[in-house]
Ligand binder design. Structure first.
Ligand code: ATP
Ligand code: MG
Length: 186
């Protein structure tokens, strides 16, 4: 195996694993709870995090957003929070900090949006004042990150649910399992 193919194999292994990616590429030292969150996002279609203040929830969602964009060439990350101000000042502030520490160069990006490889590979901060904001994202690998989820209005969850149904990463989960998940925040 040539040096180049070894490097390529290592890179593919790193980007297939959010913990390796956060550690080796984003230069983060993860806490145990954060590793658990990233593993869950890697393995499961849906992850709900119930934890006390300051354990690193928002921080970890930022790492997950960057990982997803790099992991999938058609990866789309939609991020939200109860207010658009929170989207910018909390989650996206962490995304900016994580990208600045990264060993790979991310393209310059705006306060609440980032394009990686072009039109089908981007992350976007969305306000929750209009359910339509969550519609119209089809295909590809879609990751939806809702920070401070219990504060998000219930009507938004059905729009998010529509996004899931359109996504290949939905994994064909049953309606019952989706409903059980959504009830955690309603
Ligand atoms: N692994 C880490 N390495 C360095 N800093 C970290 C790490 N994890 C979290 N932090 C920092 O710790 C602080 C708290 O993390 P964060 O805001 O993500 O917690 P949270 O669980 O979202 O809190 P809250 O419940 O208040 O929203 C932030 O300043 C964040 O940047
Ligand atoms: Mg937080």
């Amino acid at each position: 195996m040539s040096q180049k193919s070894i490097q390529k194999a290592q890179w593919l292994e790193t980007i297939s694993d959010p913990v390796l990616f956060a550690t080796n590429v984003l230069g983060t030292q993860l806490w145990q709870r954060e590793i658990e969150i990233l593993r869950s996002i890697q393995i499961h279609t849906r992850t709900a995090i119930k934890a006390c203040h300051g354990v690193g929830k928002t921080f970890t969602l930022a790492l997950a957003a960057l990982w997803w964009l790099v992991r999938w060439a058609d990866g789309i990350v939609l991020t939200t929070a109860p207010t658009f101000r929170q989207v910018g000042t909390q989650l996206w502030a962490e995304i900016h900090r994580a990208a600045a520490r990264s060993k790979i160069q991310f393209p310059d990006f705006n306060q609440t949006s980032m394009k990686l490889r072009g039109g089908n590979n981007f992350a976007l901060g969305l306000a929750t004042n209009r359910a339509e904001n969550f519609q119209g994202y089809h295909g590809g690998h879609i990751l939806i990150l809702a920070d401070e989820a219990p504060g998000i209005e219930s009507g938004i969850w059905s729009a998010i649910d529509g996004g899931w149904s359109a996504s290949r990463s939905d994994g064909g989960q049953s309606d019952n399992s989706k409903r059980r998940f959504l009830r955690r925040f309603q």
